[in-house]
Structure formats: structure tokens, C-alpha cells
Write a protein that binds this ligand. Structure first.
Ligand code: NAD
Ligand code: MG
Length: 391
């Protein structure tokens, strides 16, 4: 029996995680569920899973939730505030932490889980992008490990040798696949006019709003390139991106002898979630079986740099001093939020990210404090650019 904390339980990854856990009540016990503001959904989850703790961002909403749980006869204790996330991520009872908060807001809890030796199931890729070295050091010091939940990185982990000491010796490069999102074939000249609703209508995956917009700009793949660099120790020139519209081949590893190993499956996050939960064993996920005869064909193409200019920013950032990736992430979070609020155009997201990365001053950013300061300053500058570009 493993005990798990699910951070971001009301989101897309959080909900999928609970649906896999529900298939295996004899294997997993839920210690804590944490959400930002959706009290109704968190209430329903508490009544279904009876965690010891629930965490809600806002203190008055947390008190209200506590009363509703008591009235329903549920013993779950409700906590709130930023320390609460770190506490439920590092509690001694916990074996596994699903980090499924969106954005850099998830970093402190990811670090807390890593420092306290948990198995960190990392969906929150922004944690690695912002503070990759610090997170890896925390894992090493804490004695825990990290299993990526991002489908591409799960695929790479599944396709690499089990013996980690062979990763550098045997591998030529890794290939991250990308669906190309909703605008893969759209005229680049018309992209300035697309709406948040169009940008969030992903052809293959159902996901939260932020990652959906990131998929439309391909900034998601840019963040994943940085994530792969930290997870697998690959140099930027060893990381390739290939468009694969069907999202069946989730990523691949090219070996020195010409062999290519890939992981395939339906585009369903329950598969990489189940892999993370049971690693290195396999358990049922609830995802449908892959039927290749029905799918019929798998297509691949090079990403179009003109249509997806954001992708190159990841490779630029990886060649800059270490804080550059944090600048790119903070800028992108602000720009995506402004686009979702219809304050800027879709194409302004890249404009802001490219401007801020080009002017980034991040030479001495190797501590958490320095990165936090850089994150704050970048958000302020990005907000100013949003005001200048507001439609
Ligand atoms: P989502 O928007 O659906 O859910 C986000 C969750 O985080 C919610 O439970 C929300 O309450 C919580 N949250 C947001 N801000 C918070 C804060 N400040 N403090 C505490 N909790 C907060 O997002 P999602 O699509 O589930 O994505 C979550 C993470 O997983 C992201 O980093 C994303 O890039 C990554 N990811 C998602 C998918 C997917 O299929 N959805 C795939 C790969 C990776
Ligand atoms: Mg992914």
C-alpha cells in the first residue's frame, strides 16, 4: 500500500490521477488533495477518497469547505496557505507526490517533496524549467526519485535503458513528438486574430487552459525541451522535435547502432500517470487500447519555424546563463494569462517572450532566492509589455 498526495487534484492531470487511483484501492491510499479554488470539486473528491488533509488556496473558502465536510460526516481536515502545500508534499506518511499544479506556483511544493525523499511524479514541468538544477540537487540530497508524467518524457524514460549509466554511452539523441496543436495548418498570417477558445481546442488532448495555449504556440514543446535536458542529461543538440499529428508515438530514442525505440499509446494521460504510480511495474490505467489498424497511418513532419517561432527560444535559453529558462517561463505565464483574458493577441505571446529573453539579465541565478527575484522582475516587465500591447 502506497500513500499519495495529489497537488492540483481538481485540474486535468489531478482528475485523471484520481480516476487511475480509483481503479486500485488496494494499492494506494490518498493522504492529501490540494487545489487552488474549486471548493465544490475538492469537496466531491474528499467525499470519494477520504484524504487525511485537503488544501485550498483561500483561507475563508477553506473554512467553508471544512464546515461542509463536517456536515457530510467526513473527517478530512482542511488547510490553507502556501506552507500547507509544502507540508502535505513532505509529510512523513507520504510515499508518492503527484505534482500537478500549473506553473511556477508548483515549484515550492515540488522542492519540498524532493528534499524529503518522496517519489515525485512530475506533471508540473514548469518546476524543472524554472529551477532544474535546484530540483535535481534536492532529489539527490533527499534520496527520492522523479518520474515524469509528461507523456513525451514518460515515453523517453520507457524507451531508455533501465541502467542509467548507459544513457549517455548508448544514445545518439532523443526525439520529442508534438501534435502541432490546433494551428498546425492554419495560415500563419491569420494567427494574430485567433481567439482563446480556438487556441484551447486541442485536436488530440483535453487539458487545462494554460498548457492548451502553450500547445498552440508550441511553447509547450519548448518547455519540454528544457525539461528533457534536465531529466535525461541531454545537450540541446541531442534533443529533436518532430511533428506527429496523431499523437500516438509519444516520443523516441535514437541509439548509436541505428535502432529507434519509441513508446506508443492512445493520447490519454492515464497511461503515463499509471506508469508513474506503479513504476517500474505496470498497472491498468483505464485508457483504451491502441488499435493501429483503425488509425491506419502515422505521419511525421518537421516543425515550421515561421509558424512556431517559440520553439527556438528553448534552445536559445539553454545556451544562456541558467536563469534564462526561468525568464522564459515567467514571461510565458504572464503572456498566456493575458491572452486568455483577451488583453493581447495570440502572436503577442511570442513577441513578449522573445523580447524578455533577449533582454534577460540572469548571470548569477543559481540560488532559489535569486531565481525568485528574477521571476518577480520578469513578471513585472512582462506585465508592462502586456499594457503596451493591450488590444
Ligand atoms: P489545470 O489548469 O487543469 O489544473 C491545474 C491545477 O492546479 C488545479 O487543480 C488548480 O486548482 C491547481 N492550481 C493552480 N494554481 C495553483 C496555485 N497557485 N496553488 C495551488 N494550486 C494551484 O492544469 P493541467 O492541465 O492539469 O496541468 C497541470 C500541470 O501538468 C501543468 O504544469 C501542465 O503543463 C502539466 N501537464 C498537463 C498535461 C495535461 O494533459 N493536462 C499533460 C502534460 C503535462
Ligand atoms: Mg507533453
Amino acid at each position: 500500500m502506497k500513500t499519495i498526495t495529489v497537488l492540483g487534484s481538481t485540474g486535468s492531470i489531478g482528475t485523471n490521477t484520481l480516476s487511475v487511483l480509483a481503479l486500485h484501492p488496494e494499492r494506494f491510499r490518498v493522504f492529501a488533495l490540494a487545489a487552488h479554488s474549486n471548493a465544490d470539486k475538492l469537496l466531491a473528491q474528499c467525499l470519494a477518497f477520504h484524504p487525511v488533509y485537503a488544501v485550498l488556496g483561500d483561507a475563508p473558502a477553506a473554512r467553508d469547505l471544512q464546515q461542509r465536510l463536517r456536515a457530510a460526516g467526513c473527517a478530512t481536515e482542511v488547510l490553507s496557505g502556501p506552507r500547507a502545500l509544502e507540508d502535505v508534499a513532505s509529510a512523513p506518511e507520504v510515499d508518492l507526490v503527484m505534482a500537478a499544479i500549473v506553473g511556477a506556483a508548483g515549484l515550492a511544493a515540488s522542492l519540498a517533496a524532493a528534499r524529503s525523499g518522496k517519489r515525485l511524479l512530475l506533471a508540473n514541468k514548469e518546476s524543472l524549467v524554472v529551477a532544474g538544477d535546484l530540483l535535481l540537487t534536492a532529489l539527490e540530497q533527499g534520496g527520492g526519485d522523479l518520474i515524469p508524467i509528461d507523456s513525451e518524457h514518460s515515453a523517453i524514460l520507457q524507451s531508455l535503458p533501465a541502467d542509467r549509466s548507459r544513457w549517455q554511452a548508448d544514445v545518439r539523441n532523443i526525439v520529442l513528438t508534438a501534435s502541432g496543436g490546433p494551428f498546425r495548418q492554419r495560415d500563419p498570417q491569420s494567427l494574430h486574430a485567433v481567439t482563446p477558445q480556438e487556441a484551447c481546442a486541442h485536436p488530440n488532448w483535453s487539458m487545462g487552459a494554460k498548457i492548451s495555449v502553450d500547445s498552440a504556440t508550441m511553447m509547450n514543446k519548448a518547455l519540454e525541451v528544457i525539461e528533457a535536458h534536465y531529466l535525461f542529461g541531454m545537450r540541446p543538440e541531442q534533443i529533436e522535435v518532430l511533428i506527429h499529428p496523431q499523437s500516438i508515438v509519444h516520443s523516441m530514442v535514437n541509439y548509436l547502432d541505428g535502432s529507434v525505440l519509441a513508446q506508443l499509446g492512445q493520447p490519454d494521460m492515464r497511461t503515463p500517470i499509471a506508469y508513474g504510480l506503479s513504476y517500474p511495474e505496470r498497472i491498468a490505467s483505464g485508457a483504451p487500447w491502441l488499435d493501429l489498424a483503425r488509425i491506419g497511418r502515422l505521419d511525421f513532419e518537421q516543425p515550421d519555424a515561421q509558424r512556431f517561432p517559440g520553439l527556438a527560444l528553448a534552445f536559445d535559453a539553454l545556451r544562456m546563463p541558467v536563469g534564462a529558462c526561468a525568464v522564459l517561463n515567467a514571461s510565458n505565464e504572464v503572456a498566456v494569462d493575458a491572452f486568455l483574458r483577451q488583453r493581447i493577441r495570440f502572436t503577442d505571446i511570442h513577441r513578449i517572450n522573445a523580447d524578455l529573453l533577449a533582454s534577460a539579465e540572469c548571470a548569477q541565478c543559481d540560488s532559489l532566492d535569486a531565481l525568485a527575484e528574477l521571476d518577480t522582475q520578469t513578471r513585472l516587465q512582462a506585465q508592462q509589455r502586456v499594457v503596451q500591447l493591450s488590444v
